[in-house]
Design a binder for this molecule. Structure first.
Ligand code: MC0
Ligand code: CO
Length: 140
């Protein structure tokens, strides 16, 4: 089940400038910055009520963000939904004919397992599913 609009991912060419702009716009400082090597992105997160803004800058020419900004202006890159069971949602979306961009959930930013849905199968919008990783406390 989709339970929340988890974040909006915004592609930006200059992370420092965009962070200053969004801090002013939202009237709050970011709560987290994180480099996600597997996606070749640097991220900055702002909390907005029950949802978040994720600023993304590419860190390599192959990064999805760098490629996106070669073709399109800075702005909304993806819409991310929180899910309670990512494997179940992936199976449901496959059955509905959506094209998933990863076979299995992978580690995203901010303590999430994520999966992307191809924009060509989702009305031109890149969709991300996110499930919060529950810490394994069995060793404590
Ligand atoms: C860390 C994290 C997190 O929250 O945890 C993140 O969000 S990481 C966020 C960054 N990571 C990702 O986005 C991973 C998933 N994305 C991808 O695998 C890729 O970016 C694809 C979406 C498959 C596009 O890659 P590809 O190499 O095919 O790019 P391409 O430039 O040839 O684009 C193919 C077609 O898709 C369109 N296209 C590309 N990116 C798009 C986007 N974000 N929204 C809507 N359409 C998009 C292009 O305009 C093009 O359309 P035309 O054919 O009409 O010209
Ligand atoms: Co994201």
């Amino acid at each position: 089940m989709l339970t929340n609009l988890e974040h909006l991912g915004l592609a930006v060419p200059d992370l420092a400038a965009a962070t200053a702009l969004y801090a002013k716009l939202l009237g709050t400082e970011p709560y987290k910055t994180e480099h996600v090597a597997s996606e070749a992105v640097d991220t900055v997160f702002f909390q907005v009520g029950g949802s978040k803004i994720e600023l993304l800058a590419g860190t390599s020419p192959e990064s999805a963000i760098t490629r996106f900004l070669e073709k399109k202006p800075a702005g909304i890159h993806h819409v991310a939904f929180e899910v309670d069971d990512i494997e179940a949602e992936m199976a449901r979306l496959r059955t509905e004919g959506f094209v998933l961009l990863n076979e299995a959930p992978k580690r995203g930013a901010d303590n999430k397992l994520v999966c992307f849905v191809h924009p060509k199968s989702a009305g031109g919008v890149l969709v991300e599913l996110c499930q919060t990783i529950i810490a394994d406390l069995t060793n404590f």
